[in-house]
Write a protein that binds this ligand. Structure first.
Ligand SMILES: Nc1ncnc2c1ncn2[C@@H]1O[C@H](COP(=O)(O)OP(=O)(O)O)[C@@H](O)[C@H]1O
Ligand SMILES: O=P(O)(O)OC[C@H](O)CO
Length: 496
């Protein structure tokens, strides 16, 4: 039976997962890479480290599974989105570190564009808003700040890409410069209606069209992997941003179906079908995916920047736990948060608040507060941020969600998932495979290569655990009010 190989290039690690056609994990390899923080609020990655860790995990996963590379029917690529890489077309040499989605260095540029009245235009065309999160202002920053880059870009010598494009370029030995519609829709340069780069927006930001990749459907033929990398010319047949891939991997194919991925951040996406829903409440409209020869499908998204990362901070910053998973046992030693709220606005706040100047805040500390209360407050913050988003989404889409599908590293935390169901008042359902991001990429590749159908994928989603809401309404309201007050105190902290 043939296999599907998914490359999942995340914010903190590169992963390669080999699946069989039933969507079962055959082998996994993962490698963390360096996070670079040149200044407060700045986050960079070394693009070569991204590529080399990704290549190494792919090579190792094939060895580990003891299969022949030629048995891999197709490769799917999924990636941290918005992160910007700019490199020399001829040599593949990056001109600068990658500027990561979490990086806030372009906050002032976003303010300036907003002051010039451009926000409604960007919003209407791209479904996004003017926040440093998205790629365009990061790319503009590179063009303006790295010596000689604007001139070389103008001459067509440089290539821009989100991480998918960077990997495709390297995997194909520099032959293909392409991205998919879902990744393109995160750049702030892509028109959601025409599914093309938007000349007007490019002009406003001074970005030459010559640096941009070709845009293709998410399930389509992108090229083949150079044989020397993995031992066979594996076709690249599926590409999508990691959150859209997770929506696909969760088989959220019908409008109104939603998933929340609990990784470094939290990303709640709801399928809105073939029409984009305009948010009046700070959510994003984005391309979910496009299968070759079919119209694009859209999603509403709420992006929360810090979720599992707050647990990493308890581990690395405070040293009060040893492993991320230890947070559950520590939090369970106290019955509640003891009145403590932790707002993890470490890189500002994303949806629905969009405040790049907010910073992390802990309120309600008393003499009785312990590290267990902090652990609990950190976990609860993940659930509260997801509730902020889901409330906005239900109001925008004018529906009440029947259940929330969950995945990602922190979704394995039962205490968190139960609190999530309690605070939402909505059942939370966890599938057997929580590696849904990679699974979605593998499924897209399976469709792109013609070895899988949507019906087969739908039939494969299997429940592992269902968390029913148990909290009384009055308690839910009181807890949530405390959170809302804490968020107000975190906002507008950094002075522009
Ligand atoms: N049991 C757990 N409880 C809470 N958080 C966890 C747990 N296990 C992992 N995490 C958090 O989940 C994140 C890793 O999830 P993952 O899906 O691998 O993220 P990403 O793809 O963003 O790198 C880390 O931030 C980690 O702290
Ligand atoms: O790498 P992850 O899983 O934290 O996802 C990052 C998102 O794609 C950012 O938009």
């Amino acid at each position: 039976m043939p296999y599907l190989l998914a490359l999942d290039q995340g914010t903190t690690s590169s992963r390669a997962i080999l699946f069989d056609l039933d969507g079962k994990v055959v082998a996994i390899e993962q490698k963390e890479f360096t996070q670079i923080y040149p200044q407060p609020g700045w986050v960079e990655h070394n693009p070569l480290e991204i590529w080399l860790t990704q290549l190494e995990t792919a090579q190792k996963v094939i060895q580990k599974a003891q299969i022949e590379p030629a048995e891999i029917a197709a490769m799917g690529i999924t990636n941290q989105r918005e992160t910007v890489v700019l490199w020399e077309r001829a040599t593949g040499q990056p001109v600068h570190n990658a500027i990561v989605w979490q990086d806030r260095r372009t906050a002032a540029l976003c303010d300036e564009l907003r002051a010039r009245g451009y926000e409604p235009l960007f919003r209407q065309k791209t479904g996004l808003l003017l926040d440093p999160y998205f790629s365009a202002t990061k790319l503009a920053w590179l063009l303006d700040h790295v010596p000689g880059v604007r001139e070389r870009a103008g001459k067509g010598e440089l290539a821009f890409g989100t991480v998918d494009s960077w990997l495709i370029y390297n995997l194909t030995g520099g032959k293909v410069h392409a991205t998919d519609v879902s990744n393109a829709s995160r750049t702030l340069l892509f028109n959601l209606e025409t599914l093309q780069w938007d000349d007007h927006l490019l002009g406003i930001l001074g970005i030459p069209k010559s640096v941009l990749p070709q845009v293709k459907p998410s399930a389509a033929h992108y090229g083949t992997v150079k044989a020397e990398w993995l031992g066979a010319e594996i076709p690249i047949a599926g590409v999508a941003g990691d959150q859209q891939a997770a929506l696909f991997g969760q088989a959220c194919f019908e409008p109104g179906m939603a998933k929340n991925t609990y990784g470094t951040g939290c990303f709640l996406l709801m399928n809105t079908g073939r029409k984009r829903v305009e948010s009046a409440r700070g959510l994003l409209s984005t391309v979910a995916w496009q299968l070759e020869g079919r119209p694009a499908e859209y999603a509403l998204e709420g992006s929360v920047f810090i979720a599992g990362a707050v647990v990493q901070w308890l581990r690395d910053g405070l040293g009060i736990i040893h492993n991320s998973a230890d947070v559950e046992a520590l939090a369970a030693t106290v019955p509640d948060n003891g009145g403590v709220y932790l707002v993890p606005a470490f890189v500002g706040l994303g949806a629905p608040h969009w405040d790049p100047y907010a910073r992390g805040t802990i309120v309600g500390i008393t003499r009785g507060t312990t590290k267990a209360h902090l652990a609990r407050a950190a976990l609860e913050a993940i659930a509260y941020q997801s509730k902020d988003v889901l409330k906005a989404m239900e109001a925008d889409a004018r529906l009440r969600l029947a259940e929330l599908r969950v995945d990602g590293g922190a979704s394995r935390n039962d205490l968190l998932m139960q609190f999530q169901a309690d605070i939402l008042g909505t059942p939370v359902v966890r599938p057997k495979v929580t590696e849904t991001t990679a699974l979605g990429a593998a499924y897209l590749a399976g469709i792109g290569a013609g070895v899988l159908s949507e019906e087969q994928i739908r039939a494969r989603w299997a429940l592992e655990h269902r968390f029913e809401p148990g909290m009384a309404e009055a308690q839910r309201t009181a807890h949530y009010r405390g959170w809302a007050r804490a968020v107000e105190r975190a906002k507008s902290w950094v002075e522009p």
